[in-house]
Design a protein around this ligand. Sequence first.
Ligand code: SF4
Length: 312
Amino acid sequence: MRAQGKGPGGPPDKGTRRAAASRDSALGERTPEKKTRAANSSKPPAGGGGKTSGGESHLALVRRARRINRELAEVYPYAHPELDFENSFQLLVATVLSAQTTDLRVNQTTPALFAAYPTPEDMAAADPEALEQLIRPTGFFRAKAKSLLGLSAALRDNFGGEVPGRLKDLVTLPGVGRKTANVVLGNAFGVPGITVDTHFGRLVRRWKWTDETDPEKIEAVVCDLFPKSEWTMLSHRVIFHGRRVCHSRRPACGACPIAPLCPSYGEGETDPEKAKKLLKYEMGGRPGQRLKPPADFPGQPAPPLGADVEVE
Ligand code: SF4
């Protein structure tokens, strides 16, 4: 049975409160967080009074999307990038390595990598085979080593050994596309950006924010629904939710705190007890992906490479 609610665009109701209770029981007791208010955009909604493909007015969609963002902000007040990094170069390298693998695997790999090559100059001068062996656990290690050597040399030769803080410069680096550039800009330079990865695309389609599958088109649609100041944290929250609750194959609808706002409720497991067992990382009482999580992370740190600990 669908969770009680007034459907997309409706105000939080009993269903929302039940969902919040389910969320709190999944996370353990937490200090109530102040509500995030996202509705401060000065930008008029694109599309005027037209309807979306789901028959919802653009204004209703903006309101529902922002309500989902506010709910997610309460569920994940500690949302953050799940790659361990201490500077912009480390974040850039870690993001390149994260293609086709988990952030956990990258985080388990980078301590030895950054100890061996702490600067772009060091990495540009690396022996390719030694570099390949260090990053081997992340998969596609030959192609990734080539990218790291190329981007390190470009940083050394073209940018004075510093990671540039502009999109147009970042995307000139080997192995760096728009998604990687936005991650670096948002999290190392404080430049707002939407990160459209596989989780983000899947969730915004389930929420009927858009039907698009092209990352750049999704980015444009979502940018238009929110004020710029929300873009980076929205990205973290959505990706957190995709990794913990709204999985690709078996979304945990019965334990989902935003079920009353979701038009795709029922796509996954709706039985609350069974759904709770599908929750991952700190929501499922297990370690997170970062070996060095931020201080406010309520879960446990991830284990180092080779440790025999169940993570997800
Ligand atoms: S888990 Fe289910 S209810 Fe929650 S966002 Fe995903 S599809 Fe919607």
